[in-house]
Design a protein around this ligand. Structure first.
Ligand code: FES
Length: 199
């Protein structure tokens, strides 16, 4: 008898129950085999532990950042600048809008709560992604006002060492810089008066 021929009992009648059992068994084995073959591909779609860790918010205790100082933390592999701005720093923020490319940050990226002249939730705490918007170098803090290197009109801010882009203490880029837009502000919230959560 051919393997495909319907099975018959001793009377020659087709054994329907046996045939259905064989069909179900064959189908089950096929599905299980397909699942085993696909598992490596399906597993590769799952986010890795490292990827999950990358998306985790970063908590920072800002109580130890002295006035006028900056701390740098890493979030999603990017440096996050946290500056405790002093009253003197803030007093210099409004005097140079005409020298900025995007003083109102209309072409720059920030969350809605940082869409204001100081680009922050609270005036004293400035949070920004420390990546130059030109070609991605890391700007350096230049908080000292004036001076021989930055010029007498320098109000304090950041200088990118790669091609000389300059930003003020709200991350707003000065005209004459190759960087097109202000420093990006990341999403962040405050879990307490000094408890910053980035991400
Ligand atoms: S990368 Fe900053 S000025 Fe070019």
């Amino acid at each position: 008898m051919s393997p495909d021929a319907p099975s018959t009992d001793s009377t020659g009648a087709i054994d329907v129950a046996r045939r259905n059992l064989l069909v179900h068994a064959t189908t089950s084995v096929g599905v299980a085999g397909l699942g085993a073959a696909c598992w490596p591909f399906i597993a590769s779609w799952q986010p890795s532990e490292a990827a999950r860790a990358l998306g985790v918010p970063v908590e920072v205790d800002c109580s130890t950042i002295a006035p006028g100082q900056m701390r740098v933390v890493v979030w999603r592999r990017k440096p996050i600048y946290i500056v405790r701005r002093t009253a003197a720093m803030l007093a210099l923020m409004g005097g140079h809008d005409a020298a900025l490319k995007d003083p109102d940050s209309t072409d720059s990226q920030q969350p809605a709560y940082a869409d204001n002249p100081l680009r922050s939730r609270a005036p004293s705490l400035f949070v920004a992604i420390g990546v130059c918007t030109h070609l991605g170098c890391i700007p350096r803090a230049r908080f000292e006002v004036g001076g021989p290197h930055m010029g007498e009109q320098w109000p304090g801010g950041f200088l990118c060492p790669c091609h000389g882009s300059r930003y003020d203490l709200a991350g707003r880029v000065f005209k004459g810089s190759p960087a097109p837009t202000n420093l990006e502000i990341p999403p962040y919230s405050m879990a307490g008066p000094d408890q910053l959560v980035v991400g």
